[in-house]
Design a protein around this ligand. Sequence first.
Ligand SMILES: [Zn+2]
Ligand SMILES: [Zn+2]
Length: 138
Amino acid sequence: MADLRNCQECGRLFAYQGKNRCRKCQENEEEEYLIVRRYIREHPGASVFETSEATDVEEEKILQFLRDGRLQSRGFKNVLECVSCGQKISQGRFCDNCTNQLAADFQKVAQPKKPRKQEPEPKRRQTDRIYTRGKDEG
Ligand SMILES: [Zn+2]
Ligand SMILES: [Zn+2]
């Protein structure tokens, strides 16, 4: 069954396939991404503002590309904030510290440090007797 949702971008109803935007908006975004990427390749020192002005792509979109780790440019230094501690970063969602911290936390979750308690095997060896001899037999 199709999961219909409203596109986050244009509000149109569309068949949800893991993205919050309809196909049209995704294509638009892809186009904008390519334009921005080409621009910063030709203008490596351009700031986000300059890039936005030159490409007509919203600054917020450009920042989104950065957060997604799709873009990288010398001119885009420290334009984002770590979503955890707020430190200025150039790419992604977390600063190096928080990335390491998260990785450490993840390790802890993945491999609990507590030594596994040796639980005694429940003794369930005795076969249940189906036929029991009546006490009064005989
Ligand atoms: Zn849309
Ligand atoms: Zn941080």
